[in-house]
Design a binder for this molecule. Structure first.
Ligand SMILES: [Mn+2]
Length: 340
């Protein structure tokens, strides 16, 4: 039996980080289209069930077109069972918006367990203590939220299909089974970088083969560039270009460019943003150089550990270069970056 596990599609999301309402509107359509494409893939590839583990919609306000398209996807594919649990974003809004619940839209209450050939079961609980699974079955459980894997281990789960995190993340559940966050279908903002898609599950003779399928129309790339050697904006531009050139980034994609290190002179990020916007769909330049970090954090009202650390260094009787070097190393360590 073949299934698809997806989550966190966030249809109708505001996409405000694009700072451009036309593009935001376009991205909302693209997210919906990626969902439609995934369902079409399922129909063509003999997928029996699609597990949608919460946050199908971004909020309790569902756009009528979005609802219409999603409903048609479900009704138009009677051979596919759509399993759906509500996420923290849309809550019960999907059910309330539907006039009739399609026959193949499967919902859960505490005691519902769906059963297929080969002893494959699908259920959903709001807490691992509610689980009552037979060891002889192949048990799939849906859950939307953060988990501690130990709480779900040794409960006869074979595949814990999770939603809530927007990136692929997986691991084992004790000696039997594994958990997996499928991540979202499309990155929305510049904090959702990397490949996005769904997980295809193939279960045969009790053996599970999960495969991540890249599905997004556009990818949001993150590149980090140390501009310590740059004398100004022109040099920084050359370093960025060289870094971009090393990767195959499509013109249709989005890029988050993080500037790090110690800038010798001020870098005009506004100009660089405009420049790279001519080459890519959307660009976000983050100035994370130590000068910018010092400026951001030295303000008295910054009560973060980073701010406290910087103020402490600034009070020292050291040369400016020494202070810069210590702050750079310290803030990198606080930010979890390698200081080597
Ligand atoms: Mn979500």
């Amino acid at each position: 039996m073949k299934l698809i596990h997806c989550s966190d599609i966030h249809l109708d999301a505001a996409m405000s980080s694009l700072k451009d309402e036309k593009k935001a509107e376009e991205r909302r359509s693209e997210i919906l289209l990626t969902f439609v494409r995934m369902v079409r893939y399922a129909a063509k590839n003999d997928i029996k069930a699609i597990l949608i583990v919460g946050d199908l919609f971004d909020s309790i306000r569902i756009n009528p077109t979005t609802l219409d398209i999603v409903e048609k996807c479900i009704i138009g594919n009677p051979g596919i069972d759509f399993y759906y649990t509500a996420g923290n974003h849309e809550k019960e809004a999907f059910f309330s918006a539907l006039e009739d619940i399609p026959r193949n839209l499967k919902t859960f209450d505490r005691t519902t367990t769906y059963r297929y050939d080969e002893g494959i079961t699908i259920s959903s609980v709001s807490d691992p203590s509610e689980l009552d699974l037979l060891p002889a079955d192949f048990n799939i459980v849906l859950y939307h939220g953060t988990i501690r894997p130990n709480d779900w281990a040794n409960k006869n789960i074979d595949y814990l299909a999770l939603g809530h995190y927007h990136s692929l993340k997986e691991g084992s559940l004790g000696s039997r089974g594994r958990f997996c966050y499928s991540g979202c279908l499309e990155g929305r903002g510049f904090d959702e970088c990397g490949e996005k898609g769904f997980v295809r599950l193939h279960i045969e003779n009790g053996i599970l083969e999960p495969v991540f399928m890249q599905a997004s129309k556009r990818t949001i790339h993150e590149i980090s560039i140390d501009i310590s050697e740059a004398d100004g904006t022109g040099d920084a531009d050359s370093l960025i270009s060289a870094e971009i050139g090393k990767r195959a980034i499509a013109a249709d994609d989005l890029i988050k460019i993080v500037l790090t290190g110690t800038a010798k002179n001020e870098i005009n990020t506004g100009f660089l943003t405009k420049k790279y916007e001519e080459d890519f769909y959307a660009v976000n330049i983050v100035d994370d150089t130590s000068a910018a970090v010092i400026e951001d954090s030295a303000a008295e009202y910054d009560i973060s550990l980073k701010g406290e650390f910087i103020r402490l260094v600034m009070e020292k009787d050291w040369t400016e270069d020494e202070k810069k070097a210590v702050i750079e190393m310290g803030t990198a360590a606080l930010g979890g970056k390698s200081i080597l």
